[in-house]
Design a binder for this molecule. Structure first.
Ligand code: ATP
Ligand code: MG
Length: 414
């Protein structure tokens, strides 16, 4: 019979790889707490309409990449393709805007997109994201970008550059789109099919097209940054200056627009020296709460693609060393079982296969599995109220008495 395989574009994160993820997640949680961000967990399934109204009906994500289905009552649902829309929905639904001036959230979880599977591109992938609601000041933009920078840094990836642009407020965007359409229309025949469709409904996104011909058409195109009103210009300047003051590496990318419709003002992507794909991205979205039926609340956020980040960092975690316990004889097994509980309570990592077999055989297994420390408890040791700890690499042995064992073992192996 043919064996069952994981679905195309989806994969298992096995324990060996997860150790790296967990070590990053621990550091991330601490960092996020220090910046005053609180975790939020939203459902993986949402109404399809949520993403149509936020990410945008004409975007690639909504038109081509979303996993949608009807439930038994015929409701149109979707697996979330990104996190921001859900966090905004939850923020509005729980009335946070009435309770606090500023709300800072972070989330971590799987997202689903019918992308073409390849390196760094999966159909189930993980994002760690943050969203701040209620703040219009450019310092909020700087704060989230700094946080993104330091989060990525904490994974061990340090060659990060923030690509920065400003799309302007609704008025700037309106003025600019007229100019852009005037420029692109006579050249429409050179654009790919997707961009010809975008021309009418979503002109700005042509900048986000990965097709080289479309990029050529736009080489001489007017850029959003040159059509900003004074307020937007000042905001952009403050964001740029703030990032520089922190000493972060910034590249002004006048063609950066992002593939989601909800951005207004600042947009950014985090690039590393080694990869052409962004490892994180985000921006300001001051009109999204209104698009989802709430009051006008300014907001800014980003998401880090964890699959891409974890592929970049080779850092191995400093996990507790494994101690393999070997019991020889039934009495030793009974006492040993309790001993292991004591050691675990002291914070040590101990495990055993509970099997009755010759010591030599146990030690061979431990060597093969590259276990460094073995704990050996036989009848002789039991009679003397002690056990042996053996280092498999140096072959040295240490006798340890039951009394205060945890502390002594810790000094030895940690
Ligand atoms: P791309 O242009 O690479 O498709 P995107 O603009 O669609 O990215 P965003 O929606 O901004 O991506 O998501 C933020 C981050 O999530 C990306 O920078 C990336 O690290 C990660 N990401 C997005 N799509 C995928 C995917 N299919 N597989 C793995 N990571 C992804
Ligand atoms: Mg994409």
């Amino acid at each position: 019979m043919e064996s069952v395989k994981a679905v195309r574009g989806m994969r298992d994160l096995l324990p060996e790889e997860l150790e790296r993820w967990q070590s990053f997640e621990e550091k991330a949680r601490q960092l996020l707490a220090r910046y005053g961000y609180q975790e939020i967990r939203t459902p993986v399934v949402e109404e399809k309409g949520l993403f149509e109204r936020s990410v945008g009906e004409q975007t690639d994500i909504v038109t081509k990449e979303m996993y949608t289905f009807l439930d038994r009552k015929g409701r149109k649902l979707a697996l979330r393709p990104e996190g921001t829309a859900s966090v905004v929905r939850a923020y509005l639904e729980a009335n946070y805007f009435q309770k606090r001036k500023i709300s800072r959230f972070w989330y971590l979880g799987p997202m689903f997109r019918y992308d073409r599977p390849q390196k760094g591109r999966y159909r189930q992938f993980y994002q760690l994201g943050v969203e701040v609601f209620g703040g219009q000041d450019p310092f909020f933009d700087v704060e989230v970008m700094a946080l993104m920078f330091y989060l990525v840094n904490s994974s061990g990836v340090t060659d990060l550059t923030i690509h920065l642009n400003h799309l302007g407020c609704a008025q700037c965007q309106h003025n600019y789109l007229g100019v852009l359409q005037k420029f692109v229309r006579p050249r429409a025949g050179f654009l790919c099919c997707d961009c010809q469709r975008r021309l009418a409904s979503n002109t700005l996104r042509i900048f986000d097209c990965k097709n080289e011909r479309c990029a050529e058409v736009l080489e001489e195109a007017p850029l959003p940054g040159n059509y900003l009103c004074q307020v937007c210009q000042d905001r952009y300047e403050k964001v740029h200056t703030g990032l520089k003051a922190l000493g972060l590496s910034v590249f002004e990318d006048k063609r950066l627009v992002r593939g989601l419709d909800y951005y207004t003002g600042t947009v950014f992507e985090a690039m590393t020296g080694r990869e052409t794909n962004a490892v994180a991205a985000g921006g300001r979205y001051d009109t999204l709460t209104m698009a989802l039926g709430g009051p006008a609340i300014p907001a800014v956020g980003f998401a880090i693609g964890l699959d891409r980040l974890m592929a970049l960092c080779s850092e191995t975690s400093s996990k507790l060393p494994v101690i393999r316990a070997i019991f020889l004889g039934e009495e030793a097994r009974k006492r040993g079982f309790l001993l292991l509980e004591e050691l675990r309570r002291e914070g040590l990592r101990v495990e055993t296969d509970y099997e009755e077999r010759p010591l030599k055989n146990h030690l061979q297994t431990a060597s093969r599995e590259k276990v460094v420390w073995c704990l050996i408890l036989g009848e002789n040791e039991l009679n003397r109220e002690q056990f042996v700890i053996k280092n498999m690499e140096t072959r040295r042995q240490y006798e340890i008495s039951f009394n205060g064992a945890g502390q002594k073992v810790k000094e030895l192996v940690c």
